[in-house]
Write a protein that binds this ligand. Structure first.
Ligand code: COA
Length: 379
């Protein structure tokens, strides 16, 4: 295969068509089913965007109401699922808990082997409904706290924060959280979505595909970056008494050193966007609102210092994980919970792609160029 071009990491390879979302790196735009994600983040609930991704259209009032009812009725952990989570060590990564939960939910699902469009939509919606309880309970148990049961009078974003902290969040906080869920929901053929599509292409089931996708999302080059961003901030040291200017100066020095040592700094760069991530301005505005809400301007200094220094030195721009990490931290989530929140949001995108893959399937099976020893024989 000497004349075959190998695209390491499949970079630049167009693997299939999709109608779920369109990423245009040249114009920095991201469309979900044709709608700019910024408009959706401004005007829609997480529930409306979920339905848009699954069905291709924004829901009517009746459709939204029916889904709201289904989602609220399926939020609670079953006793069996709670028992499985309780069996896992509190020291394991919360992404391992999510991955295990997705697998257990699949194993117990009455429609487990039913891959019809109706069954898949139902399974996707139920998974979207219950995963926040998995994530919130896991965070709480790691801190020795009791499970907080979901509340049917709250919407998805309000209830998520309720189950995490056991108190109702301020409307500004709910809003920033809602924005993050919408921005994280979908992003074409990223590594975890492609994983889900590969698994689906073998005609495996939806829960297997989501379980594999969670494994792919765990890595720091993908979803794990939002956690890594906050570790950078911690390494720098978050000093409440510091002014934004002092923090910015320190952050710039830290970044200059990191780049001189050829470190990869998480939260920057993107395989597709080379001039900036389309989702960052909207998430950044949400972060800035949270910095005002919690009165933490020293974090703004760190945030700006790192970004400016990276831009000046390498022209590499922040990705969505960069503003999302500190936003979740300010809300009170512990760092290992950040990527699991991403899981909850991305369930919609993954499952929309699973359904799309199945509707027009071809087994995904690329070739490889052998680079091992020449043929040899046992003596
Ligand atoms: N910090 C420092 N340098 C970076 C960088 C970062 N976050 N991201 C890219 N670069 C540099 C690379 O070192 C490389 O420099 P070189 O040409 O001098 O060797 C160049 O930019 C190209 O990077 P590369 O890793 O080949 O680009 P890619 O398209 O394969 O990678 C990512 C994209 C996302 C994997 C990469 O930017 C990265 O690792 N980012 C950090 C992880 C992260 O935030 N992931 C979340 C993505 S949404």
């Amino acid at each position: 295969m000497a004349d075959t071009e190998i695209r390491k990491g499949l970079a630049g390879v167009v693997a299939d068509t999709t109608a779920v979302s369109k990423v245009n790196a040249e114009t920095n735009s991201l469309l979900y089913r044709g709608y700019p994600v910024q408009e959706l983040a401004e005007k829609c609930s997480a529930e409306e965007v979920a339905l848009l991704l699954w069905t291709g259209e924004l829901p009517s009032e009746e459709e939204l109401e029916a889904f709201r009812t289904l989602e609220r009725e399926n939020r609670a952990l079953t006793p069996e699922l709670k028992r499985v989570i309780d069996e896992l060590p509190t020291t394991c990564h919360p992404m391992d808990v999510c991955r295990t939960a997705a697998s257990v939910i699949g194993a117990q699902h009455p429609l487990a082997e039913d891959n019809s469009p109706e069954a898949e939509l139902r399974k996707a919606q139920e998974l979207f409904a219950v995963m926040p309880a998995v994530v919130c309970y896991d965070q709480r148990r790691r801190h020795g706290q009791e499970l907080v049961e979901p509340r049917e009078d709250l919407d998805y974003a309000q209830n998520f924060l309720w189950m995490a902290f056991g108190e109702e969040a301020a409307p500004e906080v709910v809003d920033a959280f809602r924005v993050s869920i919408i921005l994280y929901a979908e992003h074409s053929f990223n590594a975890s979505t492609f994983t889900a599509r590969v698994i689906t292409s073998t005609l495996s089931d939806l829960h297997s595909a989501v379980t594999g996708a969670i494994g792919a999302l765990k890595g720091p080059l993908h979803g794990g970056a939002n956690e890594a961003v906050m570790h950078t901030f911690e390494e720098l040291g978050i000093r409440k008494e510091e002014t934004a200017e002092e923090a910015e100066k320190r952050a710039k020095e830290w970044m200059d050193r990191a780049l001189a040592e050829k470190k990869k700094v998480m939260g920057f760069g993107h395989r597709v966007y080379k001039h900036g991530d389309s989702r960052v301005p909207t998430m950044q505005e949400a972060l800035f609102r949270m910095l005002d809400h919690y009165d933490r301007q020293e974090i703004l200094g760190l945030y700006n210092g790192l970004a400016k220094s990276m831009d000046e030195a390498k022209s590499i721009k922040p990705n969505l994980d960069y503003p999302a990490g500190p936003t979740y931290w300010l809300m009170g989530f512990d760092i290992p919970t950040f990527t699991p929140i991403f899981v909850c949001a991305r369930i919609t995108g993954w499952t929309a792609h699973i359904m799309e893959q199945r509707a027009n399937n071809s087994l995904i099976r690329p070739l490889s160029d052998y680079s091992g020893p020449d043929e040899r024989h046992l003596s």
